[in-house]
Design a protein. Structure first.
Lengths: 221, 221
């Protein structure tokens, strides 16, 4: 299993209780009993989900001595993962991504002022700090919203380009298999005849015939 | 069921065959038989998935007369949906979004040159058109990649802010319930005591006590 595989992230995240656990752990470490109370789910179910998440490296746990009674296990969220799927009439994109804290991208000069604000907050008194962080938090939310709007706009443009490409294949009387190869070549700019054949489930010789046809139509170089 | 609900999009998209169908339909309309061949899945299974997708408004179908034999149903992808989940040690975000072609955001001046290129391609000969669209397509890919990097960077900043906020709550000796209310107030800037109480499963009077404590600590206004 890989946290960079779409299928695997769907498996881990599809369960609403698991997502709620990750949400609660993103605030602070929790004991299974706390999670069970917050979510009104049995402790047994919580532990089952925590074990799956721990097994796949999304959380880890530590034993903590308790004032009274036996020591307790506290669970933390440890990994960054993201799962994005965008489906449109003429576009399909899916991606899974995982990274550890160390991989974080942060040197974008664009966000330097936010980083500076976070750093300078450390020197302030508690109430000022809370105030500043609250404002930075709202700025980040706003930038995230802008990023999402831009993404939507780009997906829409992809849709339009793909619709135009489809029209071209119709005007140049491409067959279904010619279009299959054309789309494969667009998605895999450095493809070889052999790779295309194995991926499309065809013989090399058939792919070569399709390639020549697309080349004659000026659709492929 | 709503295409703007995270749980519902997980239900629809979690199945790999369903995602593959949506991917194939994003290229062009397909008959169930074509899909079945492309995916090496029985036509019966394909039809079952197509029915679920059609029922939820993600695809529609038309009956098309066939040269020989009975008429056939052809399926099209019709809707834009996106499902995004980002999990990090100190951040949790999930969102579902759906829109129809008409809602598309497009007036961002930033992408005007891409839009212009798509429009001007219509006047060119086939080979030039294919060439230009290929270049626009690569530009869009590049911008999408930039957008994703920016998103990652912003999520990382959110992580840092949340870690600082957590430190503040520890330094000001907040209780677990005070933190619960604080996080609730950050996520719901216009919250009322009653809303917080019902969402956190507490009495109004208990929330008021927590609120006063946070207010005295300067963490809430």
């Amino acid at each position: 299993m890989s946290l960079n595989e779409v299928n695997d992230l769907f498996y881990l995240l599809e369960n609403p209780t698991r997502r709620r656990i990750l949400e609660l752990l993103s605030r602070e470490g929790h004991y299974p009993l706390q999670l069970s109370k917050e979510m009104s789910v049995t402790q047994q179910a919580v532990v089952k989900h925590l074990n799956i998440l721990e097994e796949h490296g999304l959380v880890n746990s530590e034993t903590e001595p308790s004032n009274r009674g036996p020591s307790r296990r506290v669970y933390y969220s440890t990994r960054s993962i993201s799962l994005h799927v965008d489906v449109s009439p003429s576009t399909f994109k899916e991606q899974a991504h995982s990274s550890s804290e160390q991989d974080a991208i942060l040197d974008l000069p664009k966000h330097k002022h936010m980083m500076d604000a976070i750093n300078s907050s450390r020197k302030m008194d508690l109430s000022q700090r809370a105030n500043l962080l609250d404002r930075v938090s709202k700025d980040i939310e706003k930038s995230l919203k802008d990023t999402e709007d831009e993404r939507k706009s780009l997906i829409h443009l992809t849709n339009l380009v793909n619709q135009e490409l489809y029209k071209i294949t119709i005007e140049s009387k491409c067959t279904y298999d010619e279009r299959r190869l054309l789309y494969f070549s667009i998605q895999n700019p450095n493809f070889t005849i052999e790779k295309a054949a194995s991926s499309l489930g065809m013989d090399d010789s058939d792919v070569r015939i399709l390639f020549d046809a697309l080349h004659r139509k000026g659709l492929i170089k």
